[in-house]
Design a protein around this ligand. Structure first.
Ligand code: SF4
Length: 67
C-alpha cells in the first residue's frame, strides 16, 4: 500500500487525521502529512490498516490516493 497526499489540493479539513490518526497528522498550516513512522514504511506499515481507505474516502477534496 502506498499513500500519496496531494498537498496542493488539501484544504486542511482534518478528516484524514480523524479517521486514521496513526497514519495522518496535520502540519502547522493544517495540511495533511504522513506521520514519520508511516512515511518510513511508505505508508504500508502495520499502522496503516483499513482506516487508511476510510481516510481517503473521508477527504472532501480527494487529496489522498491509496494504491
Ligand atoms: S481530509 Fe483531505 S483535505 Fe482534509 S486534511 Fe486530510 S487530505 Fe487534507
Amino acid at each position: 500500500m502506498r499513500i500519496d497526499i496531494d498537498r496542493d489540493v488539501c484544504i486542511g479539513a482534518g478528516q484524514c487525521a480523524l479517521a486514521a490518526p496513526k497514519v495522518f497528522t496535520q502540519d502547522d498550516d493544517g495540511l495533511s502529512e504522513l506521520l514519520p513512522e508511516a512515511e518510513a514504511e511508505g505508508g504500508a506499515g502495520p499502522a496503516a490498516g483499513p482506516m487508511v481507505g476510510e481516510a481517503a474516502r473521508a477527504c472532501p477534496v480527494q487529496a489522498i490516493t491509496v494504491t
